[in-house]
Ligand binder design. Structure first.
Ligand SMILES: Nc1ncnc2c1ncn2[C@@H]1O[C@H](COP(=O)(O)OP(=O)(O)O)[C@@H](O)[C@H]1O
Ligand SMILES: [Mg+2]
Length: 404
């Protein structure tokens, strides 16, 4: 590094940051408090109180539902922390296990993660699901443990027609002379995915449903203010700016969107050598910003599915209509496949993709006919900035080696 380079670096080091603690805006950070989720937290406490008062004699199974970004995951994680702490103080062995089924997409993967959480030496391969269940049963009994298993984004598992929950609950009933070793919290966006579940599993889960409601704009304001207070220095973000961000966030209701704008607009203010975030920083921070959940979904998507989504977006971008048909999207998809040199997927596979996009909240569809000869649907994408959506998909595809 030459002299000027070093000096510049020194200057940067000397510059005071506007952040107090940037990591507190991370997606996975669990704040100490959750404004406007008191009701949910107290309900959870009441439901699971029995695990503390009568250890290993009851098992709870509940289902949490609600839209994306409204604090389902973080509330359950905070509750898990509280429950573990309370039980530790009383020498009761409760273990909290949070598994995201979008990441661990098969029953086997869920089981392995669970087993490895208990025993991090456990090998990844070489066991059948039944072996793993046997190991779990034996382990929980030997060390006198009750597990609170959270299956987050459970719909990704349910769609595989596997009945993990049923197998897991058998840990309780048969093998352990009445001992109850496992409670389950499932988290889903909506209840429609439950139709694929086994009847008895479904009726067990449906008995206790806790629905999380979307935050109002003023609740969003309070939450963002609390999070800004935690992560930014004093007076960096004024109430007026928080109001502006809350208004943008209220559209999708996804708090992650708001947190992301706070982080980005603060970075922008820093780069402009400002002492606080102004309206322009917020506007710039909101530009090119897909709601976070959408980016999340895209990152895990395979390239064929991404190409089909890209085809839909390109078709929407290039026409004057707000809705396009499945067939129009197909035409564009074949062109894209030819361009990047991949073999197109079958129409019925693409039809399935379309249903998945809908479940993942990426678009809306209206099915007009669904007989084998002619499947017809109208496709529309609400609220999102399409060119930006397109750019992000192209970026992800090219990171996987496909040039569009
Ligand atoms: N009441 C709240 N107080 C503080 N932060 C919150 C609150 N609700 C949600 N968040 C934050 O918003 C983001 C999205 O919440 P998350 O629990 O991931 O949503 P969901 O699981 O419902 O999609 C997380 O970063 C979370 O910390
Ligand atoms: Mg979540």
């Amino acid at each position: 590094m030459n002299y000027i380079g070093m000096e510049y670096f020194e200057q940067l080091l000397k510059k005071e940051s506007l952040f107090k603690d940037e990591s507190k805006l991370d997606i996975n950070y669990i704040p100490d408090k959750l404004p406007h989720r008191d009701k949910e937290l107290s309900l959870l406490s009441q439901l699971f109180l029995g695990l503390i008062t009568n250890p290993n004699s009851i098992s709870r199974k509940i289902l949490i539902t609600g839209k994306t970004g409204i604090g389902k995951t973080v509330t359950i994680k905070l509750f898990g922390k509280i429950l573990e702490n309370v039980s530790r103080q009383r020498d009761i062995n409760i273990k909290y296990a949070h598994i995201n089924c979008r990441k661990e997409r098969t029953s086997y993967k869920v089981l392995i993660s669970l087993v490895q959480l208990l025993d991090n030496q456990f090998p990844k391969r070489g066991y059948s699901s039944q072996d793993l269940l046997d190991f779990l049963t034996e382990f929980l009994h030997r060390y006198n443990i009750h597990i609170l298993l959270v299956l987050d984004e459970l719909s990704y598992l349910i769609n595989k027609h596997e009945d993990l929950i049923y197998s897991l609950t058998r840990i309780n009933d048969d093998n352990l002379k009445g001992d109850q070793r496992l409670s389950i919290i499932g988290i889903v966006r909506d209840l429609s995915c439950l139709n694929n579940l086994d009847n008895s599993t479904m009726s067990t889960l449906q008995r206790n449903i806790l629905e999380f409601k979307k935050y109002s704009e003023s609740q969003t304001f309070n939450i963002l203010k609390y999070r800004a207070n935690d992560s930014l220095k004093k007076n960096v973000l004024s109430d007026k700016m928080i109001e502006m961000i809350s208004e943008i966030t209220s559209n999708s209701g996804d708090i992650r969107h708001g947190l992301n704008i706070i982080w980005r607009s603060c970075k922008i203010a820093e780069s402009k050598n400002l002492k606080y975030i102004n309206a322009e920083c917020v506007r710039l921070g909101n530009q090119n910003l897909l709601p976070y959940s959408t980016l999340d979904v895209l990152e895990y998507m395979n390239s064929q599915k991404l190409s089909f989504l890209l085809a839909i977006i390109k078709t929407l971008n290039n026409c004057e209509k707000i809705k396009i048909s499945f067939n129009e999207a197909l035409k564009r998809y074949y062109m894209i496949c030819e361009n990047i040199g991949t073999k197109p997927r079958s129409n019925s596979q693409l039809w399935n993709y379309l249903q998945e996009f809908k479940r993942e909240n990426l678009l809306n569809t209206k099915i007009i006919s669904e007989n084998i000869k002619g499947r017809q649907a109208l496709i529309e994408i609400p609220d999102l900035n399409l060119p930006n959506f397109e750019r992000n998909i192209i970026k992800i595809l090219s990171s996987k080696g496909f040039k569009i």
